[in-house]
Design a protein around this ligand. Structure first.
Ligand code: BGC
Length: 935
């Protein structure tokens, strides 16, 4: 699918989310027109469509089934992987023929060929499936290609312009070469650090930005792979590379000391072009001392600071054949970064939308403020003409002073010389004076709603004229993960919260989940795990999470310790000790991937690290003198607690111990998955001990309360499964009472935001959770929206960052509890989906869809005026669902005009364990249930 078409589809989905519910609900015609035929769609390798540059030795293949028949199941599959499209067409799997495998697996089917896949190996594949009736279908041919797998497969060396890290201008690198004969195909592999822009014959390669993604470069360095066949030609060709400092050569002094990172060095490049000619010969052009280098027009490149570009320094045609580079210097051969080279098998950063400013103001003569109308991440594209030497300054920020000027204070706070000599989120462009000039920065990004622009002509201090909305557009970019979910309900405020959460989440996704896109851009671990479930509902983001979890593994010390931010500079964040509430991201994120994708790859890969982490916590739980008489209390207390809490602070020991318990239990679960029974027993026993210690220390049997009785303490005991079942009802009552005391407002921070709504819903009080979620007054998500915010914030006030994703788990809760799409932990990867809508408060309708690894799941309900509850459910092929309806008498549930008991695809209808509800078990298909709503 072309890029253009993809954007269009995304817009359609986004638009559908905004439509009134009545218009988005599926109609009967949809179902009756659906073909009964079995189809196999969406063949992917490592969760990517036809990827290049895969380095997993046994890549994971997946596909989805479609069928108009209810209850369809895959009975068997056969995967063929061939070295050429012709062989595949002939049905010959010369690399791998799985044979017919009786299985309902449609994801994580690993390549099983006996011969290891070689560097650059093209793999053409398809899958045939058989369903439970014997019907069969095959997917369209798909492909993947291996990257350059061993260091020895790269023919080039790392090259640079200089080794002086203080040099501010960043380099151009170029190489001309000739190709004789007809080109069959060409691949470009490259890692240009910090970030690179690759060019072939004057054109940019691909549409991604900010490649390669940030890693701890002394542990791992990513490279990208591109198909450049169409950019090359017979005869003279040229390769050009522009490099930016990115995170590799941070010059700014900021709180996290990335200027002192052990990897810090000047921008450098490793590149290999492999051209396969029609006659079968391969021409290789690699980075080496034959490359030429010069200063680029980018005279300053800073990940925090912005970019300066002097268009007068452009050298026209520098990236095209025939350019005279005799005045350029030879590139220096430099040391390779210490990190292992790895393929960037991940959705890259790309422009999502181009936004026209909604308003331009001139708060002071010659100072123009462009308002994007929403808080986004990316940059601005300038369009301007003027005399050569005219200097344009573009400053980015998310708030304005009362004067209407840009206010960067809150977001620049950690840049230590801000205001002295260190710029922050500021671009400078100097015009070359030729017609209308268009420019945007290449190697950084900003978090902003406003861009303040000043223009000064040479020899003048005044602006040359008025700027208008035609002079600037905004590029909104982030990791371009495919959209997976949508939510809408009859309460417009919640729909706004959903959109704001989505915008914040995406604005914080740049090859890693970050805390905020402006002030820090850091991979704070706590933020990542609390925001993970909402992220999985918004997007198919597993590739980014798996990459980042590898980053976390790269940072873990032999002691087991994990830094609060990943990547770190190698030091920062360890002594800081974010503690288990943050560090547990290492375990929690992979667990969510397992729940949502059914994929245990990350859990298995990091198992030893998990044990080390829990053992490390055990050392931190030891009180007394470790030498003489170590006593383990099994309570942990270090690091961060319920960060950004509203009024009531929760003891850190409560939440820390909750994570310690969770982690120990999780290690036991993974141990069991791996068949390590001794470990499983050991960590289960540890978990039992921690739970007992937690209850002894924090449970008050007299009152049925925990800790200081805060919403977070009570929520923690319930959500983490620490409360004894017999005490749960009293704990829930106490939680509800605590919430009633705040007039049904939240009184928690980051950790409580994960526990409280979920705990309430899981214990039958979704009504109270809804009351909190739908609040319009402070503190609430709705209050932010009512203040005109288009993102989620860092605090329950308007202070500090206006673009933090970490308090947004309310959106995952909306999908799980209001629309009612929930993963089933006993059948991960939506092999079985739980559909559990809740009719609460003033809500009369809710709808969510989620493109799971098995296909689209839809839950769409409304309550008619006469009290009839109607639910349309779509269960993807090869999955089942347990549907809980708020209808008291199972015999009154109807489906498509008849009793549900008699409906095709419905396997079981019975009273639910929850009073007043009916539980149905169904196979795949779209169902229209109705029945009298139990009140
Ligand atoms: C970040 C947070 C983070 C916290 C922990 C802040 O500066 O923005 O999101 O989790 O620090 O200390």
């Amino acid at each position: 699918m072309t890029r253009q078409r993809r954007i269009t589809r995304r817009r359609l989905i986004a638009a559908a989310g905004a439509l009134p519910l009545a218009m988005t609900a599926m109609t009967n015609t949809d179902a009756s027109s659906a073909a009964e035929d079995l189809a196999v769609r969406n063949p992917r390798c490592e969760y990517l469509t036809d990827p290049l540059g895969i380095d997993a030795a046994r890549p994971r293949l997946s596909w989805t089934l479609e069928s108009g028949r209810r209850g369809v199941k895959q009975a068997a599959y056969r995967v063929l992987v061939a070295s050429t499209p012709e062989r595949l067409r002939a049905g010959e799997g010369d690399l791998w023929d799985s044979g017919r495998v009786a299985s309902d697996d449609t994801a994580q089917v690993r390549y099983g060929g006996t011969a290891p896949l070689a560097s650059g190996q093209a793999c053409h594949w398809k899958v045939r499936v058989w369903d439970d009736t014997g019907a069969t279908a095959e997917c369209a041919p798909a492909r993947w290609e291996m990257g350059l797998l061993a260091p020895g497969d790269w023919h080039g060396t790392w090259i640079a312009r200089t080794t002086d890290t203080a040099v501010e201008a960043v380099p151009l690198l170029r190489r001309g070469f000739a190709l004789d004969g007809k080109i069959k195909s060409a691949r470009l592999y490259a890692s240009g650090l910090g970030f690179h822009e690759l060019r072939v014959n004057g054109r940019k390669v691909g549409d991604s930005r900010l490649d390669p993604a940030w890693t701890r470069y002394d542990r791992r360095v990513l490279y990208v792979a591109h198909d450049v066949t169409k950019l090359l030609k017979r005869g003279e060709n040229a390769l050009g590379v522009m490099l930016g400092n990115g995170w590799y050569n941070v010059q700014a002094k900021a709180a996290w000391d990335f200027d002192r990172a052990p990897w810090r060095a000047t921008p450098r490049l490793l590149l290999e072009l492999r051209v396969t000619m029609e006659d079968g010969s391969v021409v290789t052009v690699a980075s080496d001392e034959r490359w030429k280098t010069a200063d680029s027009p980018i005279t300053f490149s800073g990940i925090y600071g912005g970019e300066d570009y002097d268009a007068r320094r452009e050298q026209s045609g520098w990236d095209a054949p025939g350019f005279d580079d005799s005045g350029w210097q030879a590139a220096l051969v430099v040391d390779a970064p210490k990190g292992k080279l790895a393929a960037q098998a991940m959705h890259p950063v790309r422009t999502d939308r181009v936004i026209k400013p909604v308003k331009v103001t001139e708060p002071e003569p010659g100072v123009f403020v462009f308002d994007a109308g929403e808080n986004v991440t990316g940059n601005a594209r300038l369009r301007l003409s003027g005399p050569a030497g005219t200097r344009v300054t573009m400053r980015y920020g998310e708030r304005l002073h009362p004067s209407g000027r840009l206010d960067q204070k809150d977001i620049a706070v950690h840049v230590l010389r801000y205001g002295a000599d260190q710029p922050f989120q500021t671009d400078h462009y100097i015009l070359k004076g030729q017609g209308t000039e268009e420019w945007e920065s290449r190697f950084n990004y900003n978090g902003f709603r406003y861009v303040e622009v000043t223009v000064v002509e040479p020899g003048s201090t005044r602006a040359p004229g008025k700027l208008t909305a035609a002079n600037l557009t905004v590029n909104y970019f982030h990791s371009d993960v495919p959209e997976a979910g949508a939510f809408a309900c009859s309460n417009p405020l919640l729909n706004r919260i959903w959109e704001n959460g989505r915008r914040s989440y995406l604005g914080n996704l740049f090859g890693l989940p970050t805390d905020c896109p402006h002030r820090e851009k850091n991979g704070w671990t706590g933020d990542a795990h609390v925001a993970c479930e909402q992220g999985l509902f918004y997007n198919d983001g597993i590739t980014v999470y798996e990459k980042w979890i590898r980053d976390v593994g790269d940072e873990q010390r032999p002691s087991g310790a994990i830094p609060g931010i990943v990547p770190t500079n190698g030091e920062w964040g360890y002594a800081f000790g974010a503690g288990p509430a943050w560090d547990s991201a290492f375990l929690i994120v992979p667990w969510h991937l397992y729940e949502y994708y059914g994929d245990d790859t990350a859990l298995r890969a990091h198992y030893e690290g998990y044990k080390r982490y829990v053992d490390y916590l055990t050392t931190r739980a030891t009180h007394g003198s470790p030498k003489e008489s170590p006593t383990t209390t099994h309570l942990v207390k270090f690091g961060l607690g319920d960060w950004s809490f509203w009024k009531t602070e929760t003891p850190v020991e409560v939440t820390d111990t909750g994570y310690y318990y969770h982690d120990a239990r999780l290690v036991a679960r993974v141990a069991r998955m791996l068949g390590k029974d001794d470990d499983a027993k050991k960590y289960d026993a540890l978990a039992d001990t921690i739970r007992a210690a937690f209850n002894k220390a924090f449970f008050d049997p007299g009152t049925g309360s925990y800790g200081n009785g805060s919403q977070t303490s009570l929520g923690c005991a319930l959500y983490q499964g620490l409360a004894e079942p017999e005490n749960e009802p009293r704990v829930v009552d106490n939680l509800v009472a605590a919430i009633e005391k705040t007039d049904r407002h939240l009184d928690f921070g980051l950790l409580g935001s994960k526990y409280v709504l979920n705990a309430l819903s899981d214990h039958g009080r979704a009504d109270v959770a809804y009351a909190m979620a739908a609040q319009k007054t402070q503190p609430s998500w709705g209050w932010w929206a009512e203040q005109g915010m288009t993102t989620l914030l860092e605090r329950w006030t308007l202070d500090d960052s206006h673009n933090h994703t970490f308090l947004g788990d309310v959106n995952a809760w909306m999908v799980k509890t209001l629309a009612g799409i929930r993963p089933d932990p006993s059948a991960p990867g939506f092999r079985n989906v739980r559909i559990e809508p809740n009719v609460v408060g003033d809500l009369t309708a809710a709808r969510a869809s989620y493109d799971s690894v098995r296909g689209r799941i839809v839950s769409d309900w409304k309550v008619e005026k006469d009290g009839t509850f109607r639910l349309t459910v779509t269960v993807p092929a090869n999955a089942t669902a347990s549907v809980t309806l708020p209808v008291a008498d199972p015999s009154t549930v109807r489906e498509g005009g008849k009793s549900a008991v008699a409906a095709e695809g419905v396997r079981d209808v019975r009273p639910s364990e929850v009073r007043g509800k009916t539980l149905l078990s169904v196979g795949s298909g779209t169902y229209r249930f109705s029945g009298p709503l139990a009140r």
